[in-house]
Ligand binder design. Structure first.
Ligand SMILES: O=C(O)[C@H](O)CO
Length: 296
């Protein structure tokens, strides 16, 4: 599941290949030219998640292999994770938890002074199916919502009433109290949020990343958090995962990190399988693939 070098991944892959030489269903297994060459009958790769950054889309397509992901299955659970991180960071839940769980520890109410979410501005970077679900949730928390996306999503704006499009990412960064990163990792989005972008953010702002660690320049983030360029960060993804034990991010009080648990709910896991099966059957029957991913 986690890498080309992992024995258990290869074992698992072998079993899937033996079951069917036409399909592969995977989450983050690295697929290279050698592997593709060894699978001459492969017709479709159904990814059990939304991010496709572990695949070289052009390479896979050059083998005539179709690709699909599972956005419908994972959008709600991932949006929930984003909101959970936003709320936990705003209200300092993790710090509070540690204090409450340390018996006999003295504390005063001032220790947990957080920031109010109601009326604050959320900037969503990436308005795909997850970004849209985040907007719907943020609306219920009475937040003002800005979003940036390569293309404007008028339909989503109308459905998530009051979502404002920022054509330039800079305008969003300057105005948002919470910046949530939801883009896919591509060569264009690698280190999309770097030193310059963090310096554009308000010193009271929080950065939340639920996409991929490499979308944020982690060294720049450490400096920004240490020097008060931004207030806090809440990360479900890092680069690498997990971080080495002595990584500075793990020592900062104004950071919350969760272990890439974005999509992980019982329902999403079930729905991923359903969506993958739908995609695979469509591909094998020569029908339009509901969640086909094309190389851009
Ligand atoms: O891409 C996704 O759907 C999740 O991050 C799991 O990899």
């Amino acid at each position: 599941e986690t890498g080309h070098e992992s024995d258990s991944s290869l074992k698992c892959l072998e079993i899937i290949i033996r079951l069917s030489s036409d399909t592969l269903c995977l989450s983050s297994l690295f697929i290279d030219q050698e592997l593709l060459q060894s699978l001459p009958n492969l017709k479709v790769i159904a990814n059990s998640g939304v991010g496709m950054d572990h695949l070289d889309l052009k390479l896979v397509a050059s083998f005539g292999v179709k690709m699909a992901n599972a956005p419908r299955a994972v959008s709600s659970s991932t949006a929930d994770t984003g909101m959970a991180l936003l709320l936990a960071s705003a209200r300092r839940l993790v710090e509070g938890y540690h204090i409450a769980m340390s018996s006999g520890m003295e504390y005063s109410e001032a220790d947990f002074l957080g920031v109010e979410v109601t009326g604050a501005t959320l900037g969503i970077i990436g308005m795909g199916s997850i970004g849209y679900k985040i907007a719907l949730r943020a609306k219920a928390f009475e937040m003002n919502i800005l979003y940036h996306n390569r293309t404007r999503r008028k339909e989503q704006e109308e459905q998530a009433v009051g979502t404002t499009y920022c054509e330039k990412i800079d305008g969003l960064l300057q105005r948002a109290d919470f910046v949530m990163v939801v883009v896919s990792l591509t060569p264009q989005t690698h280190k999309l949020i770097g030193k310059r972008e963090m310096e554009l953010m308000k010193p009271t702002a929080t950065l939340i990343n639920i996409s991929r660690g490499a979308v944020v320049d982690q060294e720049a983030l450490v400096t920004a958090l240490q020097t008060g360029v931004i207030r806090a960060a809440a990360l479900d993804v890092t680069h690498p995962e997990p971080l080495p034990r002595d990584h500075t991010l793990l020592k900062l009080k104004n950071v919350i990190i969760t272990p890439h648990l974005g999509i992980k709910t019982d329902k999403a896991t079930y729905m991923i399988t359903e969506e993958a099966v739908e995609n695979i059957l469509a591909a094998l029957n020569g029908l339009p693939i509901p969640s086909e991913v094309l190389p851009s």
